[in-house]
Design a protein around this ligand. Structure first.
Ligand code: MIC
Ligand code: SF4
Length: 668
């Protein structure tokens, strides 16, 4: 039996365990990337492991998220990151050089390599055939130090592409089509692998748009084979020697297959407030207030050249604001050289820094009740910074059509020819904004720069014998990490956990922080009850670290997304799932919960535990009267954990676990 491409790369990197689908394996990581919003904490954790060097082939630290620098906090983080990179032999991509995924694709990603990034869109590098995964910063820190990265050996979906895209339909529409088919839930533990005749016609940046947005389906990663298109892209980046052909075996067995005829793809949009809410653009005819073009999904040279060609010589209608953030300095230089930048400015575009910016909601928030058309990948409610805004995610050509007409319009209805821009055979290479690793001798002279915004990573206590506490918050389905740990204007506190913790669940429940901290201070444990696909979206480990700081010991959900579930374990929070999903109804907020003997259960390797819930709702409300024995329900909670994960939970998280096992290995 042949192997899928995913399995081939994973088997080549196997460091722990034996390969069996669904079972946990440890793999060697060749490359890591971090960005500033998750990286500062990742490097603080790396430092607390006491290592003197990185053990990867290549590690890159990018600054692209918090580049607004209102107040000293962002700049403090940047200075810390630059000094850490210099100290430990890490490449440092300076602020202004571009969005991590775009720059990594251009300059570093390689076919057949494993890449672990502290950002959920790391699979962008799957466009060149890297096996690239997002993870929490702590997992990346461990991988940087040479530790294996653990994941369940994935099931693989074969997404066969046939035919060719028609004018005005783009790679973004393919990504949206995949979301329409797979949806944003139910794909945990799968990898999407692209095959079929149709892929030959897709360039690497187009492929990267597709693998980037695979993150929204919840798969572990998405990957394209490495073929002549890959060779062409690497050659254009002056990296042809890094090319190698790679593909699945002809007789590879997939767990699921689907076929998409590219010729039938129509211009699509993700309507508010989920990337999985897919509609045909032709079915929408809405006035637009704002158009934002950029993000790691759609900010390549061809994306922006196409937009420039469409708007050339015209004028932005009144009442609309257009912002454009080129994905990298390379893209910005290229559109400047061709004159496209001038055309965009003449049209009325506001040119923004090559960074995440609007996508993470730290700038360019639209006005109240507005419609904003964006080429980014997430439109969760409030992510733009304006809770009442309606964000539609589309391709750059649909966004440009909206900027031209002031309405969400099917671009095929425009009175113009499709500008078929080609990817150039050579990009101008200028890596002067990337600081390469220093020599070992130079490194000894580096002092780490720690401004007042640089805190210490909080350290957890070992898991208690019993969990005794309350349902401090109950939430429904599809709660994202943006709900748990908002970004936008709160982002600058990423390096200051006690401060950032004040905003846990802020978009859903402004009182969570005071309730949780007061229960914690009284010696109770906090529990979170959630519905399906809890923790969708970002890889931010703060969505686990800050709840941990507030005394959360368990999440009880119908299902939990992969990266978030791993982050919960890494911070000593037990991820439970209901044996019976309908038991969600039994646990209203304030329910008093006990999980006796949780430590023993984890030590023994039990796959489930009994939770005793007092004040639980079964049928009708329970009336509590003084002196009367309160009604207690027994619920079965499942724990799908490997032995390693159980050990981590017992230790109180990955950091105490790693530090203790390192001491143990040294014979202390
Ligand atoms: C995002 O797109 O939500 C982010 C901001 O890039 C996050 C990382 C973070 O929260 O810092 C992600 O996708 O992982
Ligand atoms: Fe940055 Fe947005 Fe991409 Fe996240 S999704 S890495 S915020 S551009």
């Amino acid at each position: 039996m042949g192997y899928t491409l995913t399995e081939k790369i994973l088997r080549e990197h196997l460091a722990d365990g034996s390969y069996e689908r669904g079972k946990e394996i440890g793999i060697k990581i060749d490359q890591t990337l971090t960005q500033d919003a998750t990286g500062t904490m990742a490097y603080l954790q790396f430092e607390s492991m006491g290592l003197s060097d990185i053990a990867t082939e290549l590690s890159v630290s990018y600054v692209d998220h918090n580049t607004i620098q209102v107040g000293f906090e962002n700049a403090d983080d940047h200075a810390y990151l630059e000094s850490i990179a210099k100290k430990y032999g890490i490449y440092f991509s300076r602020p202004g050089n571009g969005i991590c995924h775009q720059v990594h694709l251009e300059r570093f990603a390689r076919p057949g390599k494993t890449l672990l990034g502290s950002d959920s869109h790391t699979p962008t590098a799957g466009g060149v055939g890297s096996l690239a995964m997002g993870a929490g910063g702590l997992d990346v820190a461990v991988a940087m130090g040479g530790g294996a990265y653990y994941l369940a050996a994935p099931k693989v979906i074969d997404i066969q592409l046939t035919g060719n895209l028609q004018p005005w339909s783009t790679a973004k529409d393919v990504a949206l089509k995949v979301l329409q088919i797979l949806s944003t839930k139910g794909n945990v533990g799968f990898v999407s692998e692209y095959t079929g005749d149709g892929i030959a016609g897709l360039t690497v940046p187009e492929r990267a748009t597709i693998t980037n947005m695979g993150a929204e389906t919840g798969v572990t990663t998405s990957i394209f084979p490495s073929d002549l298109q890959t060779k062409r892209f690497l050659a254009a980046q002056e990296r042809e020697s890094q090319w190698q052909p790679l593909a699945a075996d002809k007789d590879a067995i997939y767990d699921r297959s689907l076929e998409i005829d590219l010729a039938e793809i129509e211009p699509l949009a993700a309507a508010p407030h989920s990337p999985g809410n897919i509609v045909g653009v032709g079915d929408l005819d809405l006035p637009v207030d704002q158009v934002m073009i950029g993000s790691c999904t759609n900010s390549s040279y061809v994306d922006l050249m196409t937009v420039a060609r469409m708007v050339k010589g015209r004028k932005l209608p009144e009442g609309i604001s257009l912002g454009i953030a080129p994905g990298s300095r390379q893209v910005l230089n290229a559109i400047a050289k061709t004159g496209a930048l001038r055309d965009l400015i003449a049209f009325g575009a506001r040119i923004l820094e090559s960074s995440c910016g609007f996508c993470i909601g730290n700038s360019m928030s639209p006005c109240t009740n507005s419609i904003s058309v964006r080429t980014s990948n997430r439109n969760f409610m409030g992510r733009s910074g304006t809770p009442s805004a309606n964000v539609y995610l589309t391709s750059p050509v649909v966004a440009a059509a909206a900027a031209l007409t002031g309405r969400l319009t099917d671009p095929r209805e425009l009175d113009m020819e499709f500008p078929a821009i080609q990817m150039p055979d050579h990009f101008d290479i200028d890596d002067r904004m990337i600081i390469p690793p220093l020599s070992p001798e130079q490194r000894t002279r580096i002092t780490i720069c720690r401004g007042p915004n640089i805190g210490q990573p909080p350290v957890n206590q070992p898991l208690p014998e019993d969990i005794t506490g309350y349902v401090t918050i109950k939430v429904g389905d599809l709660v994202t990490t943006d709900h748990i740990m908002p970004a936008g204007s709160r982002l600058k506190y990423r390096s200051n956990v006690p401060k950032y913790a004040e905003f846990v669940f802020e978009p859903l429940d402004k009182d969570f922080f005071s309730r949780a901290s007061s229960l914690r201070d009284q010696g109770f444990h906090n529990l979170i009850v959630a519905g399906l696909s809890y923790g969708q979206g970002s890889s931010r480990e703060h969505a686990a670290m800050c709840p941990m700081y507030l005394g959360v010991k368990g999440v009880i959900a119908k299902s939990i997304e992969r990266i978030h579930a791993a982050n919960l374990v890494n911070f000593g929070i037990v991820p439970f799932t209901f044996e019976k999903e309908s038991d969600w109804d039994l646990l209203p907020e304030k329910t008093n919960i006990r999980i006796p003997g949780i430590r023993k259960s984890l030590e023994k390797g039990d796959e489930s535990v009994i939770a005793l819930a007092e004040g639980s709702r079964k049928g009708e409300e329970v009336v509590e009267r003084k002196g009367e024995k309160k009604k207690e329900e027994e619920l079965v909670l499942k724990m799908n954990l490997s032995r390693r994960q159980r050990m981590i939970l017992l230790a109180g998280g990955l950091l105490p676990f790693t530090v203790t096992s390192r001491k143990g290995n040294k014979g202390n």
